[in-house]
Design a protein around this ligand. Structure first.
Ligand SMILES: Cc1ncc(C[n+]2csc(CCOP(=O)(O)OP(=O)(O)O)c2C)c(N)n1
Length: 350
């Protein structure tokens, strides 16, 4: 049976994280609907793949560790890496304690330097181009870290995705890059069926000699196996891999589409049925996990309501513009770790 290697303790850990991630997202949706946050987008429905993914990452700073170029549905992955739910609530409410953007970006747009989590974009697909840079650095340095990039199915129509296929697979310069496409069969409201001539997105890897696979992201066991073997391949062979993961989209695209509950397969229900059948947990234990997560998220939400919004004077921090002068330049330089007194920036910057 797939996933035999996962101990009962590990399965319970995965379950608790999946439940916390889901309750967190439901809270974020409620906050948005209540006017306590400008926009919601996130990953409810992707937990069965996202939690194993977070657990399998070689986390840390610098090219010996994995680099992550994630898209905006990775809340459960960040949680599994050790992120705190309260920090996502902070970003939703846009308070100054938000560690990812100081209350200046949309929710689920992370930037975590100590774990190589490159800032998440709202714009779809440039992450595939950026990922070539870190994968190239890892290749040149001959190190053990790999680069992982994630995006959705519709985004694969962008040229950036095609560029990643080309540039990761050149025989003279193959890159240690795991390209993950989460296929929820929609690009906002446009269904997959009318947009894809190919049977599977992962088939596109074959033309470039890129190893590829499709897995069911609603099944923890299959997701764990598929991710682990794809990651191991990239770690060992130092070559690209294209992994397509079919997932559900349980609350629509984002708050822009109203975030209604959709009637798609729910990976938490699927997992809980298996846990009960395999006698890893019983119904009461499962209920306690849900109750504890609900209390944790509710307490965190109440705490965040007491926290301050950013001071208006910080609006240009880390933004290098002419009207912001040296303050913006210096805070930007500090953020990216560059000393402009040694490497003067160009006089004009637009
Ligand atoms: C370059 C660009 N074009 C269009 C958009 C608007 N947009 C935001 S999400 C999205 C659909 C993305 O669908 P998919 O890639 O399948 O990812 P999903 O959101 O379903 O996970 C679009 C078109 C954008 N953010 N960036």
């Amino acid at each position: 049976m797939a996933g035999k290697k996962l101990s009962p303790e590990k399965l319970r850990e995965i379950h608790a994280l999946m439940v916390e991630a889901r309750i967190l997202e439901e809270r974020l949706i409620k906050m948005n609907k209540a006017g306590e946050g400008y926009f919601w987008i996130g990953g409810p429905g992707e937990e069965a793949f996202a939690i194993p993914f977070g657990m399998l990452i070689n986390k840390g700073q610098g090219i010996q560790h994995d680099f992550l170029h994630l898209h905006y549905r990775a809340s459960a992955t960040i949680l599994a890496m050790g992120g705190e739910s309260i920090d996502s609530i902070r970003q939703m409410r846009a308070v100054s304690t938000d560690p990812y953007s100081g209350g200046r970006n949309f929710v689920n747009h992370y930037a975590i330097k100590k774990w190589n989590v490159v800032p998440v974009f709202s714009c779809i697909e440039p992450q595939y181009l950026q990922s070539l840079g870190t994968a190239h650095a890892q290749r040149e340095a001959g190190c053990k870290g790999i680069t992982v990039v994630t995006g959705g199915d519709a985004g694969t129509a962008e040229g950036d995705f095609a560029s990643a296929l080309v540039w990761s697979s050149r025989p003279a310069g193959e890159l240690p890059l795991l390209m993950i496409v989460t296929n929820n069969r929609y690009g906002i409201s446009t269904p997959w069926e009318g947009q894809h001539g190919e049977k599977y997105i992962s088939d596109r890897g074959t033309a470039f000699g890129i190893k590829n696979a499709v897995i069911n992201g609603n099944d923890v066991f299959e997701a764990w196996e598929g991710l682990e073997s794809a990651m191991n391949y990239v770690r060992k062979e130092r070559k690209p891999f294209l992994l397509e993961i079919s997932v559900s989209r349980l609350y629509g695209h984002s708050s822009a589409s109203g975030a209604p509950r959709w009637n798609e397969e729910d990976c938490i229900d699927v997992f809980e049925e298996k846990l009960i059948k395999q006698k890893v947990m019983n119904k009461d234990q499962i209920k306690s996990v849900h109750d504890a997560a609900l209390k944790k998220i509710t307490d965190a939400y109440k705490q965040v309501q007491k926290e301050a919004f950013p001071d208006p004077s910080s609006i240009y921090d880390y933004v290098w513009t002419e009207q912001n002068g040296d303050k913006g330049r210096d805070s930007f330089a500090a953020q990216i770790g560059v000393d402009f007194t040694q490497n003067p920036p160009p006089a004009e910057h637009h």
